[in-house]
Design a protein around this ligand. Structure first.
Ligand code: ATP
Length: 326
């Protein structure tokens, strides 16, 4: 038997739509049993990568393997091992939830009784049992998304490809979906998901690749990506806001190269991007030596938003409207 630890291995992948280069030398590796987040702005190439992995699109260059099977040479082996659920739920609105799932089961060539049993099982697991015999066209957005995800699991695939699974969902439906994905991963399913939500990648993924213009520009655990910006944020609030002018120069040389101390005068608060691990202790020591009382002091890691901004020069949200220069 073929042994592998990588559920997905992609090397030097290139895809073009006519003159538009969608992927350009993209490489990544997803370990089996993990959640891997593909993070990137609109048009970065996330959906294109998912399509290649789902054998729906052939690459112009490079290789992609799913559970050891090449997507071009062995597409049938790949299709048996993946579930695909997308931004636009592929449910048939005329059929009931149950009929949708049974149909997918039949497409997987399951015997009728087994397809029926799996449909019931999945409907219960996804909290859709009460609505099982209603037409999917009457479902809410969250229910539809759950049904779509449920359908992608009918074949019990070891790898789940999710293209922006929670885009457009309300916060509660999003939380519910996250909980389901946690369960799936605990049960051993590998999940590759694309998202524009940094919070979602942070919450779900063990590793994240940031994609921009068809290539991976950063890859690592959420913590690695955050520490990769090289800076933490130090926030000091003085007991006496009027002392801020005296405090500011004391912290100036703690600021990371190319950054300055930001002063909020009315609040008596100074914010500094720092690189030294002893920055808060050093700040306290200096302020104390000058008799400047500190009300609060806080050292925090940058958010994934900060990471994204540092890497791409634009925020993830602003990138949704790329025509707006920042
Ligand atoms: P989104 O978040 O909008 O889905 P994405 O990161 O998934 O973005 P892709 O959909 O993979 O990005 O698109 C990558 C690039 O390829 C974009 O520039 C896009 O405009 C282009 N593109 C995608 N599909 C086609 C197509 N069928 N024909 C021409 N260009 C395309």
């Amino acid at each position: 038997m073929h042994t592998y630890t990588a559920a997905v291995e992609v090397d030097d992948l290139a895809v073009a739509y006519g003159k538009v280069t969608a992927l350009d030398g993209l490489g990544l590796r997803v370990e089996a049993g993990t959640v891997f987040g593909l993070l990137g702005p609109n048009g970065a190439g996330k959906t294109t990568l998912v399509k290649v992995l789902a054998t729906l699109l052939a690459p112009a260059r490079g290789t992609a393997r799913v559970m050891g099977h090449d997507v071009v040479r062995d597409p049938f082996a790949v299709r048996l091992r993946i579930g695909l659920a997308g931004q636009f739920a592929a449910v048939d609105e005329v059929l009931t939830g149950r009929e949708n799932l049974e149909m997918v089961g039949r497409l997987y060539r399951l015997p009728r009784a087994e397809a029926r049993r799996r449909a019931q099982d999945i409907l219960e697991r996804f909290d859709l049992a009460d609505a099982a015999d209603r037409r999917a066209g009457t479902y809410s957005g969250g229910m539809r998304r759950r049904l779509d995800l449920a359908a992608s699991l009918t074949g019990r695939p070891p790898l789940l490809l999710l293209d922006e699974p929670t885009t457009g969902l309300d916060p509660r439906s999003r939380q519910e979906l996250w909980a389901i994905l946690d369960e799936l991963r605990s049960a051993g399913t590998t999940i590759l998901l694309t998202t524009q939500y940094l919070e979602e990648a942070d919450r779900l993924a063990q590793r994240i690749a940031v994609i921009d213009a068809g290539a991976v520009i950063a890859e690592g655990t959420p913590a690695e990506l955050k520490s990769g910006t090289g800076t933490d944020v130090l926030r000091v609030r003085l007991q006496d806001p009027s002392a801020i002018g005296a405090a500011e120069p004391l912290l100036a040389d703690l600021a990371a190269a190319g950054t300055t101390v930001a002063a909020d005068k009315p609040a008596g608060e100074l914010t500094v991007r720092v690189v030294r691990p002893d920055a808060s202790a050093e700040a306290l020591r200096r302020l104390d030596a000058h008799g400047l009382g500190v009300a609060t002091i806080q050292l925090t890691q940058p958010s994934l938003d900060d990471v994204f901004l540092a890497l791409t020069g634009h925020t993830a949200t602003a990138s949704a409207t790329p025509e707006e220069p920042r």
